[in-house]
Design a binder for this molecule. Structure first.
Ligand SMILES: C[S@@+](CC[C@H](N)C(=O)[O-])C[C@H]1O[C@@H](n2cnc3c(N)ncnc32)[C@H](O)[C@@H]1O
Length: 436
C-alpha cells in the first residue's frame, strides 16, 4: 500500500523538485504544491528520495490527516494511529509543530498533546511508553496545523537533508546545500558540455556551489555520506529493505566518475579557500575542483576549450552579512578590522557590530562592486567563443540596473527568510546585453 509522501522545499523550488522526483522515480506522479511536492510511494521510494534528492529538505510520510478545532482533536487524531507499526516502546520520540493560519494559541501545547497521544496509544498496546529525546530521537513526528485541518507526518530523514555530511568548515553566510543545488537546477546545469558546460564560482566562500556541482557532475548521491532516521524505524528494519538500501548505496557508488567539465572556485579570502578545499575533500570531489584565491573583480576568466560554454554561478557578498573585499572595497577608515594581520580579506567571514556595520554600509558602496563586477565580466568573459552565462543570487531586485546589464531571466528563490532572485546574464561575445 503506497504511503502519502510530502517533500518540503524552499519556496520557489517546488517545480524544480517536482522535476527531480520525476527523474528519480519515473513511475511516480509527483505534484508540486505550495512549499513542497506531494506523491505516493513505497518504502523503496522513501529510501531513494532520501539518498538522492538534492532539493528536498526532508522526506515526510503522512500518517494521519483530518479536521480539527482544538488540541483535543489533535490528541484524537494522534491516538488513532498505530504507532507500534513505527517504533517499539523502548525507542524515543520528538514532536515538532508547524502552523499556517492556525487558530491555536500555543504550538508547544499542541505538540505536547500529540506526544501524549503517541505515548498513551503505545502504553495501551504494550504497557510501556516511549520516552522523549529532543536531541537524537528515533521517531521524529511533525505536526502541521492549518486553518481547519491538521496532518501528522513521520520524518524519515531525521537531520534536514541539506546536511550532506561533508561540511565541517563554514564561512559566515554559507548557502544551504539544497539552495546551491536549486540554483544549479534552475540554471539547467548538469555538468555536461550541453548542459551548462564549465562552472566557476568567483565568490565561493566555503565552496557550497562548486562542491554541489562537482557531486552532480560526478554522479555522487547527495546523501552518500549520511544516515537517515528511517533506518531506525520498524517498516525499514526488515532484512529485505536493509539489503535494498545497501544496493541503492552501492549502485550510487558504482556510477561515480570524474566530471566531464572543469569546475573552478575562487574567493578573495584564502581562509575561505582553505575551508572550501577541506569541505571538498570530505565530499569526495577535491580532485575535480580548481581552487584559487583572488579578487572576483580582477581574476581572468578560466581558460576553456573554445567550444565549451561556461557558467558563472555566484552567491555574492551583500548587505550586512558578508562584505565586499578586494578592489570593490571602499577605502578603509581606521577600524579594528583594518588592524587584522592574518592576510585575510579584511571583512570577510566576520560579522560587523551594528554601528560599525552602518558606518561601513556608507563607505562600502555595494552598487559599485556590482557595476565593477559587470565591467570585469564584459571585459574578461565575453571573449570566449562559446560564451559564459552568469547567474547571481541576490535579494536586490534592482541588481541588473546596479550592474548596468539586462538580465535574460529572473527566478524567484528564497534564501531562508530572505526573498531573492536568481538573475541570469548572457555574456556572449559582442552581445553582453547592456541596459539602455
Ligand atoms: C555570501 S559569501 C559566499 C558563501 C558561499 N556561497 C558559501 O556557501 O559558503 C560571499 C563570499 O564572497 C567573498 N568575497 C567578498 N569580496 C570578494 C571579492 N572582491 N572577490 C572574491 N570574493 C569576494 C567573501 O570572502 C565571501 O566568502
Amino acid at each position: 500500500m503506497p504511503l502519502p509522501i510530502f517533500l518540503p522545499c524552499a519556496a520557489g523550488v517546488e517545480a524544480l523538485l517536482e522535476a527531480e522526483v520525476r527523474r528519480l522515480l519515473p513511475d511516480a506522479a509527483p505534484e508540486a504544491q505550495r512549499g513542497g511536492v506531494a506523491l505516493a510511494g513505497e518504502p523503496g521510494d522513501v529510501m531513494r528520495l532520501n539518498l538522492e534528492s538534492r532539493l528536498a529538505q526532508r522526506v515526510l510520510l503522512e500518517v494521519a490527516e483530518g479536521a480539527y478545532r482544538d488540541e483535543g482533536d489533535l490528541y484524537a487524531l494522534t491516538h488513532a494511529v498505530d504507532w507500534s507499526d513505527w517504533i517499539t516502546p523502548r525507542q524515543t520520540i520528538r514532536v515538532d509543530a508547524t502552523a499556517q493560519r492556525s487558530p491555536l494559541k500555543s504550538l508547544n501545547f499542541a505538540a505536547l498533546r500529540v506526544k501524549d497521544g503517541v505515548c498513551d496509544r503505545m502504553r495501551d498496546a504494550h504497557g510501556e511508553r516511549p520516552s522523549v529525546d529532543t536531541a537524537r530521537p528515533d521517531l521524529q513526528i511533525v505536526l502541521h496545523v492549518g486553518a481547519e485541518r491538521a496532518a501528522l507526518y513521520v520524518d524519515s530523514s531525521g537531520e534536514s537533508l541539506f546536511k550532506r555530511g561533508w561540511r565541517a568548515d563554514t564561512g559566515d553566510a554559507p548557502l544551504k546545500e539544497t539552495l546551491a543545488a536549486a540554483m544549479l537546477a534552475a540554471a539547467g546545469w548538469q555538468g555536461r558540455a550541453d548542459a551548462g558546460g564549465a562552472l566557476h564560482d568567483p565568490c565561493c566562500g566555503s565552496g557550497t556551489i562548486a562542491i554541489e556541482a562537482a557531486q552532480i557532475a560526478a554522479g555522487i548521491a547527495a546523501g552518500a555520506l549520511r544516515r537517515f532516521a528511517f533506518e531506525r524505524l520498524l517498516p525499514f528494519t526488515g532484512a529485505a529493505l536493509r539489503a535494498d538500501l545497501q544496493r541503492l548505496r552501492s549502485h550510487a557508488r558504482e556510477r561515480v566518475q570524474p566530471p566531464q567539465v572543469p569546475i573552478f572556485a575562487s574567493d578573495i579570502s584564502f581562509r575561505m579557500i582553505d575551508f572550501a578545499r577541506r569541505n571538498a575533500e570530505r565530499a569526495g570531489v577535491a580532485p575535480w575542483i580548481v581552487f584559487n584565491g583572488g579578487d572576483a573583480l580582477e581574476r581572468p576568466a578560466p581558460v576553456l576549450p573554445a567550444e565549451l560554454p561556461g557558467t558563472l554561478m555566484v552567491n555574492p557578498p551583500y548587505g550586512e552579512r558578508i562584505e565586499v573585499g578586494g578592489k570593490g572595497r571602499a577605502p578603509a577608515l581606521p577600524s579594528p578590522a583594518a588592524s587584522r594581520a592574518d592576510g585575510d580579506a579584511p571583512q570577510a567571514g566576520r560579522r560587523a557590530s551594528r554601528g560599525e556595520a552602518a558606518a561601513q554600509e556608507q563607505r562600502q558602496a555595494p552598487g559599485d562592486f556590482f557595476a565593477r563586477l559587470a565591467a570585469h565580466w564584459k571585459h574578461a568573459y565575453t571573449a570566449h567563443p562559446a560564451g559564459w552565462t552568469a547567474w547571481i543570487l541576490s535579494p536586490d531586485m534592482r541588481l541588473p540596473s546596479a550592474m548596468r546589464l539586462k538580465e535574460s531571466r529572473r527566478v524567484p528563490m528564497w534564501n531562508g527568510p530572505i526573498e531573492c532572485r536568481l538573475f541570469r546574464f548572457d555574456l556572449v561575445a559582442g552581445s553582453a546585453r547592456e541596459r539602455g
